[in-house]
Design a protein around this ligand. Structure first.
Ligand SMILES: C[S@@+](CC[C@H](N)C(=O)[O-])C[C@H]1O[C@@H](n2cnc3c(N)ncnc32)[C@H](O)[C@@H]1O
Length: 246
């Protein structure tokens, strides 16, 4: 078996890639910033492991580590992956839900086709998107993942607010497609305090936990929130009339 599109057998635990061996140095002719980036990339054990295992990005290991810890990807499950390009989280979801599961990926960018996944190019803010995704899922989702990352500005507070805004858009969408008991996983930036997404999740889910998976670079402010046990809000039709309830 080889190539990006193969679906591997479900792994029991993620093997942690480790460094070792000689450090590779980038050749000259580059600015120091791009040389540093290239050296870090060439020496990153997760990049090597992703290449070896046929994943489209090292980010695959973040999802593997999150799922090893919290176990939200179940065989036969329906998964919606928001911010899917280039597709490594969809690859992991495919492996873990198996042939009877459903994986739908959405991104602003075009994603190279992936066997067993439906990939939609579009914007999470598009008001037509919830309906489109519900149709593609063919039923309520068991898991909504969001690794969406808007373009960064380098200004910490602005970047944190942008990441939080896109995670809130993911949560709005999740609330309209998730099955009761479902899970929501999203990228946030560490704040050291509370954030609007976590506050909302605490009201709508049984358990809310945060994790910075080992595959997430130490210098990155990203952290993932994992909420399980979705409790849909009662719709207005189901809310008892206060005049008739004693
Ligand atoms: C870090 S990448 C995701 C990597 C992916 N999880 C993987 O493993 O291959 C973040 C993605 O979020 C997407 N994104 C950002 N804003 C978005 C939006 N409003 N709607 C849909 N996708 C968005 C970007 O286009 C980008 O491809």
């Amino acid at each position: 078996m080889s190539g990006n599109d193969r679906i591997r057998r479900q792994r029991r635990r993620t093997r942690q890639p480790h460094g070792g061996g000689e450090r590779i140095r980038a050749k000259g002719g580059r600015t120091s910033g791009s040389r540093q980036w290239l050296e870090r990339h060439l020496n990153d054990p997760y990049v090597a492991a992703a290449q070896r295992e046929g994943y489209r990005a090292r980010a695959a290991f973040k999802l593997l580590e999150l799922d090893d810890k919290f176990g939200f990807l179940r065989r036969g499950g329906r998964v919606l992956d928001l911010g899917a390009a280039p597709g490594s989280w969809c690859q992991v979801a495919r492996e873990r839900v198996g042939g009877k599961g459903v994986v739908i990926g959405l991104d602003l960018l075009e994603v190279e086709p992936l066997a067993g996944a439906t990939l939609i190019q579009g914007d999470v803010y598009d008001p037509e998107m919830p309906q489109r995704l519900r149709e593609a899922l063919g039923g309520a989702a068991d898991v909504v993942l969001s690794d969406m990352a808007p373009n960064t500005t380098g200004h910490k507070r602005t970047d944190r607010l942008r990441v939080e805004a896109v995670a809130e858009a993911a949560l709005d969408l999740a609330e309209s497609v998730l099955a009761p008991g479902g899970a929501f996983v999203a990228k946030l930036y560490q704040t050291g305090g509370s954030d609007a997404v976590t506050d909302r999740l605490k009201h709508g889910f049984d358990r809310v936990r945060h994790m910075k998976p080992p595959a997430s670079r130490g210098e990155s402010p990203e952290v993932y929130v994992v909420a399980t046990g979705f409790r849909p809000a009662a719709s207005e039709d189901e809310t008892p009339d206060p005049d008739t309830v004693r």
